[in-house]
Ligand binder design. Structure first.
Ligand code: ADP
Ligand code: MG
Length: 388
């Protein structure tokens, strides 16, 4: 397998820019969630995998307390001094790194100055968690730099906190847990309440996951996210449970008259999605791809109709995938991520990857006049030190 982004190229560019060879090279992957959408903040389950796409950090210690960062992905540089108090600032992208440095310092681990080149083949801002890949790569880099290894859960939580406090994004735990802990050829069933993880083996090489970026991002995403969050809290309150994770379809039915039709539908999505996620993990273990695929379509329908977070472009991708069908090699497809644009994910037969990609590309462009971005991936591995 070719290693992307090319490590040799980044090492060469590091030497040109900083005048010496890098002492440390680390990587951390992006992720895609196969099922379990909008369940995380309801204390429920999610089923992500790491992508074979990742963020590389190539760097070395610097003599003074100065940090110099350069992203080859965006062509931007940033510089800050560790003598000053670490605060959220400009440029915005450096906050993901800064937040992780602050996390190490909070643990009492002294961080020396460093120079770093960043490169990534995880699309930025597409819902595949380039942000967590950057945070986790930074944490792995700092572990090597300082000689202090963190416990994996502590490391993921430190990165989550960096995203909360330095990027101002109130994310759940899925992205950072996956980027830290993922294993090649496995999915990660994550209980967002207990933070327990279970690895689900998916070693059948005839199976692939296709990611389809609609290349649209509708503006209402952030506001609607906050509304859904509040609606779920309201539903849990009415059902007298701690979180919707604790509710059953029967409980929802018996309280149906107390809830507004909208709150009822929001709760129905979360409750049904949670069961689908646990069931999908079992079906993945049993290699029952068609049954998993069926759950993915159900998940999409529920997100579109009950949770109302899909959009025309995502629905178009799912319809095209459904039309290709199992005969054409598509087992299932759904929107993934928060919604209102971003990516869809499909479970496909690996040998059909080219024909499926072509068909989705053509039909989606014809329907929307937008060129999508597609790539296939098998479940990849979590963050790793490549040189230290
Ligand atoms: P996602 O995590 O879905 O890709 P986010 O909006 O959460 O989207 O994070 C994307 C942001 O993370 C970018 O706008 C940028 O600020 C930062 N980022 C991630 N990867 C890189 C990179 N390789 N170089 C520079 N900035 C990056
Ligand atoms: Mg992100």
């Amino acid at each position: 397998m070719s290693i992307n982004p090319s490590i040799a190229r980044v090492v060469r560019l590091f030497a040109t820019r900083f005048g010496k060879s890098p002492g440390i090279i680390v990587a951390a992957p992006g992720r895609v969630n196969l099922i379990g959408e909008h369940t995380d903040y309801n204390d429920g389950f999610v089923l992500p995998m790491a992508l074979e796409r990742r963020t590389l950090l190539v760097g070395s210690k610097a003599e003074d307390k100065q940090v110099v960062l350069h992203s080859l992905t965006t062509g931007e540089s940033a510089e800050f001094s560790l003598r000053d108090e670490l605060r959220r600032g400009e440029p915005g992208w450096a906050n993901y790194v800064l937040g992780v440095v602050a996390g190490f310092r909070r643990l009492g681990i002294p961080v020396p100055g460093f120079n770093v080149l960043i490169d990534s083949d995880v699309p930025l801002g597409g819902g595949l968690s380039s942000s967590a890949a950057l945070e986790v790569a930074t944490a792995t880099f700092l572990e090597s730099l300082t000689g202090h290894k963190l416990d994996p859960v502590q490391k993921a939580l430190l990165c989550q906190k960096a995203e909360h406090e330095f990027a101002g994004v109130p994310c759940g735990i899925m992205d950072q847990f996956t980027s830290v802990m993922a294993r090649k050829d496995h999915l990660l069933l994550l209980d967002c309440r207990s933070q327990e993880t279970r690895f689900i083996p998916v070693s059948d090489p005839s199976l692939a996951v296709l990611i389809i970026n609609t290349n649209v991002r509708h503006k209402l995403a952030d506001g609607e996210y906050a509304k859904r969050h509040a609606e779920c809290e309201e539903a849990a309150h009415q059902l007298k449970v701690k979180a919707l994770r604790d509710a059953t379809p029967k409980l929802l039915q018996t309280h149906a008259d107390k809830l507004s039709p909208q709150i009822f539908r929001r709760a129905r999505h979360v409750i049904s999605e949670n069961s689908r996620t646990v069931l999908a993990a079992e079906l993945f273990s049993a290699s029952q791809w068609e049954n998993v695929g069926e759950l993915m379509y159900q998940s999409h329908d529920s997100l579109r109709d009950d949770y109302e977070v899909s959009c025309r472009e995502l629905d178009t991708v799912v319809d095209i995938a459904h039309n290709i069908g199992v005969e054409g090699g598509v087992f299932g497809c759904r929107m993934t991520g928060g919604g209102f644009g971003g990516c869809a994910v499909a479970l496909i037969r690996e040998s059909n990857t080219a024909s499926i990609s072509r068909r989705i590309l053509d039909d989606y462009e014809c329907a929307t006049k937008i060129l999508p971005m597609l790539f296939a991936s098998r479940p990849g591995e979590g963050t790793a030190v490549l040189l230290s």
